[in-house]
Design a protein around this ligand. Structure first.
Ligand SMILES: C[S@@+](CC[C@H](N)C(=O)[O-])C[C@H]1O[C@@H](n2cnc3c(N)ncnc32)[C@H](O)[C@@H]1O
Length: 215
């Protein structure tokens, strides 16, 4: 079967049809536990990008923790949902939504996301949602958005089923790709506290990683 063209229209349709089997209705528990209670967790303040933020649960969590957050998504439908779930920021919460393609540097620039503008990036099910042929470009884009000393925190779905999305990955290859791109690993391990999936079992093969761009 031909691979789908994973453009804005395709993602909009997933949200409209309710074809959003990834939706948890809350921040992914491994990320929430790590950010709220692990001594290695990045600390606010700082500007954090959440690419492919969907309904924005992780973006809103980061804003509640005291970060200034940009939730980015290609899909207008996703960001309508994000605004419905979490509002548009307030004087207390610094939370902004930006509709743009992560790979479109001009659009990111126009939205205030230039090179080295982010203290951190949080990844959750965007990496597995893009065409695997674009992974090197995804990593390069994240690295150029991070300031020296900036961090990438991610929860990655390392399943080995064919096709996608969600596309699988191998934990060793994934870690090697981030290292090749110049990031230093501070943490890379099977995730704890994985969410219970719609089949009633914990989501399997999730890996949690924290990398830093050398200062
Ligand atoms: C599987 S969903 C995950 C949403 C959210 N991160 C979550 O875990 O609930 C993937 C999201 O990435 C967005 N996306 C896919 N490709 C993108 C791109 N090139 N730039 C920005 N967002 C993208 C989709 O619109 C979709 O909302």
């Amino acid at each position: 079967m031909a691979e789908p063209l994973l453009d804005a229209a395709w993602w909009d349709q997933r949200y409209r049809d309710g074809g959003d089997g990834w939706e948890l209705g809350e921040p992914a528990p491994p990320l929430r536990h790590f950010l709220e209670s692990d001594r290695q967790a990045p600390q606010p303040p700082g500007r954090v990008l959440v690419p492919g933020c969907g309904r924005g649960h992780e973006a809103a969590l980061l804003a509640r923790l005291g970060f200034a957050v940009v939730g980015l998504d290609l899909s207008a439908a996703a960001l309508r949902e994000a605004r419905r779930c979490h509002g548009d920021g307030s004087t207390q919460l610094q939370l902004q939504w930006l509709q743009a393609d992560l790979f479109d540097r001009q659009a990111l620039q126009a939205g205030g996301l230039g090179a080295a503008c982010c203290d951190g990036v949080l990844e959750h099910t965007c990496f597995c949602a893009i065409d695997p042929g674009l992974r090197e470009a995804y990593i390069a884009q994240i690295v150029q958005l991070l300031r020296p000393g900036g961090w990438l925190l991610g929860l990655f779905w390392c399943h080995n089923r064919p096709a996608g999305p969600p596309y699988g990955s191998d934990p060793d290859q994934l870690a090697a790709a981030f290292t090749r791109a110049g990031l230093q690993a501070e943490l890379w391990r099977p995730a704890q506290h994985s969410a219970i999936g719609r089949d009633g079992r914990p989501r399997e093969q999730e890996w949690l990683g924290l990398w830093r761009r050398p200062a």
